[in-house]
Ligand binder design. Structure first.
Ligand SMILES: Nc1ncnc2c1ncn2[C@@H]1O[C@H](COP(=O)(O)OP(=O)(O)OP(=O)(O)O)[C@@H](O)[C@H]1O
Ligand SMILES: [Mg+2]
Length: 251
């Protein structure tokens, strides 16, 4: 007797997307199973960000099929994804100036407010508990809860952006180049946090230029080139294939 593999948490089929008349995504297909870290790599301009944005409903013209937790989401309004437990940390961090680290974290809960099955608005006590959990996961933020967020380093702000997304207790997070422009010591710390997030049950779809580190933490990897997936494999397989890496992953 064979047991059917569990349905993927996120399934993208033949996704096409346009900016005005420019046809950017030519038919991207990928799957992410619950509990996985999956990474998209590829050259500048390959279509990685556009893939994440299209999944999130942030590219005006998109076609194909995207299902999350068994529901078609491609044509649903962008905010519904948050309510279903899908979070997105874009390249630009959108830290709110004038607010402290803690206040920025609290904003993350608003994104999930009132969503069906997401517990509705968090109580003050629940909010405090979530901040405590986040502070334990991100010791750097714990020391700076009362600091104005915008005064932190770029790397610390990026961690805040990720932590803020986690405040909504998402099922899955899409992260666009979280390590970009960040000093190496912080990058390593950040990747350790991805592993901790995975251990805590969060599924991750990552876009990353730092292929070596990404391969270390990922289960599987997709290479995007010219707006399509040109290769996918378990992370270990790409790690052992310097030729493919050189062909598609050079910046
Ligand atoms: N708002 C936009 N309007 C028009 N074209 C765009 C827009 N955003 C991106 N593009 C184009 O779409 C293509 C894919 O861009 P995308 O940002 O998805 O690439 P990427 O793989 O994320 O690259 P990078 O590694 O540089 O972030 C590029 O040719 C880019 O110039
Ligand atoms: Mg990009």
């Amino acid at each position: 007797m064979t047991t059917a593999a569990p349905a993927p948490l996120l399934a993208v089929e033949n996704l096409r997307a346009w900016y005005g008349h420019s046809h950017i995504l030519q038919g991207v297909s990928l799957q992410v199973r619950a509990g996985e870290i999956v990474t998209l790599v590829g050259r500048n301009g390959a279509g990685k960000t556009t893939t994440l944005k299209s999944i999130m409903g942030l590219v005006p013209k998109r076609e194909g099929r995207v299902t999350f937790a068994g529901q078609d989401i491609l044509d649903r309004p962008a905010h519904e994804r948050f309510h279903r437990g899908l979070a997105y940390v874009p390249e630009e961090r959108r830290i709110v100036p004038g607010l402290t680290v803690e206040e920025n974290l609290r904003l993350g809960i608003l994104a999930a407010r009132g969503g069906p099955g997401r517990g509705g608005r968090a109580s003050r006590r629940d909010e405090a508990r979530r901040i405590e959990v986040i502070a334990e996961t991100f010791p750097r933020l714990k020391q700076r809860l009362k600091q104005e967020a915008i005064t932190m380093s770029g790397g610390e702000q990026q961690m805040l952006a990720i932590a803020r997304a986690l405040m909504a207790e998402p099922v899955m997070v899409l992260l666009d180049e979280p390590s970009e422009g960040i000093m190496p010591i912080l990058v390593e710390e950040m990747f350790e946090q991805f592993v901790a997030m995975k251990r805590a049950g969060t599924t991750i779809l990552l876009v990353e230029q730092n292929v070596e580190l990404a391969l270390d933490v990922s289960d599987r990897v997709y290479i995007v080139d010219g707006g399509a997936v040109v290769y996918h494999a378990p992370a270990a397989e790409l790690r052992d294939d310097p030729e493919i890496q050189a062909r598609y992953c050079a910046v």
